[in-house]
Design a protein around this ligand. Structure first.
Ligand SMILES: *[C@@H]1O[C@H](CO)[C@@H](O)[C@H](O)[C@H]1NC(C)=O
Ligand SMILES: *[C@@H]1O[C@H](CO)[C@@H](O)[C@H](O)[C@H]1NC(C)=O
Ligand SMILES: *[C@@H]1O[C@H](CO)[C@@H](O)[C@H](O)[C@H]1NC(C)=O
Ligand SMILES: *[C@@H]1O[C@H](CO)[C@@H](O)[C@H](O)[C@H]1NC(C)=O
Length: 392
């Protein structure tokens, strides 16, 4: 799709005027004790909050807007999540920009008409990309890195109303009920936005948090555990293989990890499995029920296979490193029972009350369960864990 000319005349500011700008509007968001930040701030969208809630937002009077263009830079390895939101008429007309499968998706509601459009390049490559959203009459245009983006045309039968009321802008969340979206998606976005220029507005934005998290200067793909929390799944979400087996594969530099990498336990039962890295001894210890072995943490990839009551561990796809642990035949514990009711945690040791301990410090470059990539965004996850990026 061709980049669009910037032709614009007066009266182009529709109800859905996203790319609007006010000059010198001041003291918008205030008196509510919220922290104010500049719209050009670097914003870590993965920061802790209710998942649909924007991290920062602002409100301006439409009459103050004199630009039709918003631009910002986005960097992420996350394939899915909400980036930017705008609305008018108190949320009656709205615009949502998100990623799905790494590709930009715009959803627009205008005078009762709902539109969704997806396209453009994959953006979740960990590089900074410049996105520009502008409103040209009947068209909303998204440009990526200065060229070819998405163009959406909309025409309604209704007459355009005058330019009045307010425009709200938000980053990292939406201000409408998610049920109103045409296409549902997982909102959490492990990504960073910087150098935002919003309709050339200089109004301050209101932050939901006391302090905005910094963005790491350099990132690499992976799930990062800073040692303060973990990510928990119900084991029942993972289907057993035809052989009733379960395969979990982990990639990373295990010699740079410290703490519990993986644990599996059912409530009220003893711990079935734990994989723990020790940064002092440079060893990784595996325990399966009462059995325990330690291996040097020189490998970069570990395959753990549960089959009946046997656990097999393979390092770096090297058959000669295979270790096999069996459950005690005296024991009434069964891996299948645990799997039915249990929980599986990355980055911490599961306790009986669902709490964790011995949290991991380190980066898991990739996680697969049953040969499929695992997205920690779908886990019950501590906010400190970033699902899609590790500091480089
Ligand atoms: C925006 O409009 C409201 C009422 O329409 C007015 O009270 C307010 O002062 C305006 N804000 C600015 C910054 O002009
Ligand atoms: C943006 O605002 C500045 C002053 O606030 C002004 O000088 C500039 O012309 C504006 N740009 C556009 C595109 O309106
Ligand atoms: C591992 O140990 C080294 C040396 O003591 C230290 O610099 C590093 O921060 C430790 N890493 C972790 C993840 O604990
Ligand atoms: C796990 O299952 C329990 C109830 O069985 C449910 O309340 C909880 O939300 C589930 N957790 C996840 C992460 O799916």
């Amino acid at each position: 799709m061709a980049a669009f000319g910037k032709a614009m005349a007066g009266g182009l500011l529709l109800g859905l005027s996203l790319a609007l700008l006010a000059r010198g509007a001041e003291g918008q968001a205030n008196g509510r004790g919220k922290k104010e930040v500049s719209g050009g701030s670097t914003v870590h969208l993965g920061q802790e909050r209710d998942v649909w809630r924007p991290l920062i937002h602002t409100t301006v009077n439409l009459s103050q807007i004199n630009s039709i263009k918003s631009s910002f830079q986005l960097r992420t390895f996350d394939p899915e999540g909400v980036v930017f939101y705008g609305d008018t008429k108190n949320g009656e007309d709205w615009f949502v920009l998100s990623l799905t499968d790494g590709i930009p998706m715009m959803q627009i509601s205008k005078e009762g008409m709902l539109i969704s459009v997806t396209g453009g390049p994959k953006l979740n490559d960990g590089e900074w990309h410049t996105l520009e959203v502008s409103n040209h009459g009947k068209f909303v245009i998204l440009e990526v890195d200065g060229s070819g983006g998405l163009v959406v045309g909309m025409q309604t039968k209704q007459m355009e109303e005058g330019i009045s009321g307010q425009l709200r802008l938000a980053l990292g969340g939406i201000l409408i009920d998610k049920e109103q979206l045409i296409v549902q998606f997982e909102p959490q976005m492990d990504g960073c936005v910087r150098e935002g220029s919003w309709l050339n507005l200089s109004v301050p934005w209101e932050a939901e948090a006391e302090e905005l998290w910094p963005c790491h200067p350099n990132i690499q793909p992976g799930s990062y555990f800073p040692g303060t929390g973990f990510a928990v799944f119900n084991t029942s979400v993972f289907k057993l293989g035809e052989d009733h087996g379960v395969k979990i594969e982990l990639w990373g530099d295990f010699s740079q990890m410290d703490g519990t990498i993986l644990s599996i336990k059912a409530p009220g039962q003893e711990l079935m499995f734990a994989l723990v890295a020790n940064n002092n001894t440079k060893e990784v210890t595996l325990s399966f029920w009462q059995e325990k072995i330690s291996v040097k943490s020189t490998f970069k990839r570990l395959l753990v296979t549960f089959q009946k009551d046997v656990l097999k561990v393979l390092q770096d796809e090297d058959e000669s490193t295979t270790s096999v642990l069996s459950s005690n035949p005296e024991s009434h514990n069964s891996y299948l029972t645990t799997w039915k009711e249990g929980r599986l945690a990355f980055g911490g040791l599961l306790g009986d009350d669902g709490a964790g301990s011995q949290f991991l410090t380190g980066c898991l470059k990739k996680i697969q369960v049953q040969s499929r990539d695992l997205d920690l965004d779908s886990a019950d996850k501590h906010v400190s864990v970033s699902s899609h990026s590790c500091p480089a």
